[in-house]
Design a protein around this ligand. Structure first.
Ligand SMILES: [Zn+2]
Ligand SMILES: [Zn+2]
Length: 430
């Protein structure tokens, strides 16, 4: 529950912090069990992930910040009265939000009573109901999407992509507030327009694995127009990538630059009406962070867009086999009714042996460790000269390839790290 001043969270445990006194001292919430560390307050706006809970019921995956009445309660004990300020902005989980929207506030109270374990205390229930009522009776129509919730992993398939794109464009165009830096209406509309033009890329499981490793060790890269597989785009990885747990990224062409945005997938673990409502209101993706990229722009390897840039580079250097998938019947009908061109989903897979040279790939049927599985032999980045007079440099990922029979499953848990540019030769296997 937050008052209007800039909200702070602890940099160590990512928990939102309470304040005491003026000027404020930041403290961990009383009920939070920590390892005893002192809170390190940082503004919430600078964090991708905040460990926030629903202010109504304690659920760990809040979706919306609701704006309502300023609620304060006085607890009177032997030592006198203590004013507890619950603020005028409350985080709500998908289930509580659905109940509130349906006018079933008592069900929200039920949830809180269950969480607090006070089902046998009618007075406690009454007090919770009063607090909720104090807030909800002065509720404003505005709601703000919470984009810092670390949802359980949810899978987005290639065939979901057209509707994932459409819902995201809808979110940017719609009336719901987004937190900074996604507040400016004209910019939101620009991103939505870019999504309508976007090429849709779905990165399969193995290519995702490759891209993640390549992103982890990405060097500085000069971003130029020809690096991108399309002018505007949406990329969805088969699973969340890097420590940031990014599920998708978009890039939007602007007059002289691009807007690059990372997304997390929301709604994991939900079902029934709350999930349906979330898909209608929000869709699948919540924006996490954004960056402006100019051309040419030297991007540091640890930039938030590293996963996207590594994927661009790998597609660009033809490590990818890109095929198109036909949209399913329902989507084709929806698009036909709206007079829109059929959406094309590009599926990105690893191109078979694209980066190995003839004679260096272990012959199939070769004896060795990889009879039943294929293993990643991971590569490294090298700056290769290209362009006029070979004066330009571009990072090229060297030697990513799979070792083992073509039809064997890829064993993802085993990554054989290769140093330098040494390639294994036939007979080099044990
Ligand atoms: Zn902490
Ligand atoms: Zn809740």
């Amino acid at each position: 529950m937050t008052a209007s001043r800039e909200e702070m969270a602890c940099q160590i445990c990512l928990s939102p912090l309470n304040t005491l006194g003026t000027p404020p001292t930041y403290i961990h919430p009383i009920r939070l069990t920590t390892d005893g560390h002192e809170p390190i307050p940082v503004p919430v706006s600078g964090l991708d992930t905040v460990d926030r809970t629903c202010d109504f019921c304690g659920d760990p995956y809040p979706v919306w910040t609701l704006h309502g009445g300023e609620v304060a309660a006085v607890a009177v004990g032997p030592a006198g009265g203590v004013v507890q300020n619950f603020g005028d902005r409350w985080a709500a989980c998908a289930t509580c939000h659905t109940h509130i929207d349906d006018g079933k506030n008592d069900k929200v109270v039920d949830r809180a009573v269950r969480t607090l374990g006070v089902g046998d205390q009618p007075q406690a229930r009454e007090r919770i109901a009063q607090l909720h009522q104090g807030f909800l009776s002065a509720r404003l129509p505005e709601r703000t999407l919470i984009t810092t919730t670390a949802w359980p992993t949810t899978t987005i398939t290639a065939r979901d992509l057209p509707k994932v794109r459409d819902r995201l464009a809808h979110l940017y165009r719609g009336p719901d507030s987004l937190p900074a830096p996604f507040t400016a209406t004209d910019e939101r509309h620009q991103i939505a327009d870019g999504l309508n033009r976007a090429h849709l890329f779905w990165i399969d499981k193995d290519f995702t694995e490759l891209a993640e490793h390549a992103a982890d060790i990405l060097p500085e890269v000069t971003i130029t127009r020809d690096l991108m597989p399309s002018t505007d785009g949406l990329i969805v990885w088969a699973r969340p990538v890097t420590s940031r747990q990014i599920t998708a990224a978009t890039w939007t062409a602007r007059h002289d630059s691009w807007k690059v945005i990372n997304y997390r997938a929301s709604g994991g673990g939900l079902d029934g009406k709350p999930l349906q409502r979330l898909r209608e209101d929000v869709g699948w993706l919540a924006p996490m962070n954004a960056a402006r990229v100019d051309e040419p722009h030297l991007l540091p390897g640890d930039h938030p867009a590293a996963a996207l840039v590594a994927t661009w580079l790998l597609i660009r250097q033809q490590a990818a086999d890109v095929t198109t998938a036909e949209a399913d019947k329902g989507i084709r009908k929806t698009y036909a009714r709206a007079n829109r061109p059929m959406p094309v989903v590009r599926i990105v897979r690893i191109r078979a042996h694209s980066t190995t040279r003839a004679g260096t790939r272990p012959a199939s049927g070769d004896s060795g460790l990889s009879h039943t599985n294929r293993f990643w032999v991971s590569g490294h980045w090298r700056n290769q000269p290209h362009g006029p007079g070979r004066t330009l440099r571009r990072a090229v990922y060297i030697n990513p390839f799979l070792r083992g029979p073509d039809d064997a499953p890829i064993k993802l848990s085993t990554t054989v790290r290769m140093l330098g540019s040494r390639r294994p030769e036939v007979g080099d296997q044990e």
